[in-house]
Design a binder for this molecule. Structure first.
Ligand SMILES: *Cc1c(COP(=O)(O)O)cnc(C)c1O
Length: 426
């Protein structure tokens, strides 16, 4: 009989940890990860036939839920016409128009296949444009697994407590400086010491990869002012936040315009597609117009582009889609807060648009240092209690949970019932 256990054991013979991306292995929470048979709407079915309400959503892309009929149709039609040509297609430009409507700061852009590729290329471009070397990032922010970005990183690096990554050469690691998120004084100090050498400050304008952490009022505007004054580029990594709260990103709401933006996850509608872009003058340095090289065999392939177009078109055109999505998220987040309070369990729920993190702590979480004060042992117990009750949450305290348009009142009610039981069991 096929069980999650048998699948996991077999996979371990082929893949490190039995998985193809670290956090999937459930190391931080223990036990065997469900092996997925299929997904529909807000639900996942594992190979043992158990169903779960899914708040991972493939780690962000699935804002329309699993197997959305319109996306399947768009993808199926695209596939029938050939999967990849390594030559330009008109669909790429149509996708770019949609992206630019949502992110006017992306005057020119380049399609790539993963968020990691987007941030890696954006940093190379920032260094090429400024002719400077150093990069500044925040502790606990995750920008993909490129060498220069694995310093003090969030997501799986935080979950697994990996201090520094072997294989990243010292020269690369030392060209990345880190500051705490939400700490403009620390950023000013780094610029005071190294300003002439800093090419860029890259930041998740709302963090998702240390759990959800939002910027303090004025922080992003101060960051913009400082980087502009120092002639360093400001890169907003909106791979997770892009299209999460509105047809746009954090930059839409806060009015701060970065020089470069990275998108991924939702923009590809569940297929491998990401994008970086920004000021025309900067983007014109990318090959073949300029000398900064970046390329990709499957970049802008018609299948991923079709999924992205179908997703963004619906996000743009469906009336009240975000209003309902955020209402569902608030219903859930407020419900969790209330239940925890009734059970006398201190929690903080941070949220942005349709993403949230419940931290087991009583103090506000405004930085990675704060996030690390959360009671991870309690999180693990809660996670397992929720999983046992059919709710599939991100298997780490330092990740965001995602609500999709398929999470309606019935799903939220079921989730809150499970949470009642889970809190009681703590
Ligand atoms: C997921 C993520 C990435 C990396 O994207 P991949 O497609 O996994 O390479 C980069 N930045 C942020 C903010 C992310 O959330």
């Amino acid at each position: 009989m096929t069980t999650n256990q048998s699948c996991f054991e077999e996979a371990k013979a082929f893949f490190p940890g039995g998985v193809n991306s670290p956090v999937r292995a459930f190391k931080a929470v223990g036990g065997t990860p469900p092996f997925i048979a299929n997904g529909k709407g807000a639900c996942l079915l594992d190979v043992e036939g158990r169903s779960f309400i899914d708040y991972v959503g493939s780690w962000g892309p699935l804002i329309l839920g699993h197997a959305d009929p319109a996306i399947i149709q768009a993808v199926t039609e695209a596939i029938a016409g050939g999967m990849t040509f390594g030559a330009p297609t008109p669909g790429e430009t149509e996708l770019a128009k949609l992206i630019q409507q949502a992110f006017p700061s992306m005057e020119k852009m380049r399609l790539v296949s993963s968020g990691t590729e987007a941030t890696m290329a954006a940093i190379r471009l920032a260094r090429g444009y400024t002719k400077r070397t150093l990069l500044v990032k925040c502790d606990g922010c995750y920008h993909g697994h490129a060498d220069s970005l694995l310093v003090s990183a969030g997501s799986g690096v935080a979950t697994l407590g990996i201090p520094g990554c072997p294989g990243v050469v010292p020269g690369t690691a030392s060209s990345t400086l880190t500051v705490p998120f939400n700490d403009i004084k620390a950023l000013e100090a780094v610029f005071a010491a190294h300003g002439k050498d800093i090419a860029a400050f890259i930041v998740e304008p709302v963090c998702g990869n240390m759990g959800v952490v939002t910027p303090n009022p004025g922080y992003l505007a101060a960051v913009r002012e400082l980087t502009a004054r120092e002639n360093a580029l400001l890169i907003f990594d909106e791979v997770m936040t892009g299209f999460r709260s509105c047809f746009g990103g954090v930059q839409t709401g806060c009015g701060v315009k970065p020089d470069l933006t990275c998108l991924g996850k939702i923009v590809g509608g569940g297929l491998p597609l990401a994008v970086y872009g920004g000021k025309r003058e900067i983007m014109n340095l990318i090959a073949p117009d300029g000398p900064v090289y970046q390329a990709g065999t499957l970049s802008g392939n018609p299948v991923a582009v079709a999924a992205g177009r179908a997703t963004l078109t619906r996000l743009r055109d469906e009336k009240d889609l975000y209003k309902k999505l955020i209402a569902s998220t608030n219903l859930l987040a407020d419900g969790l807060l209330k239940l925890a309070k009734n059970h006398h369990i201190p929690v903080i729920v941070n949220r942005f648009g349709s993403m949230f993190t419940l931290f087991f702590t009583s103090e506000p979480v405004t930085s990675y240092a704060d996030a690390k004060k959360a009671d991870t042992a309690r999180f693990v117990k809660w996670f397992q209690e929720m999983l046992g009750r059919g709710v599939y949450l991100p298997p780490s305290q330092f990740e965001a949970a995602f609500v999709s348009v398929c999470h309606g009142e019935p799903e939220i009610d079921t989730t809150l019932n499970a949470a009642h039981g889970a809190f009681s069991a703590l």
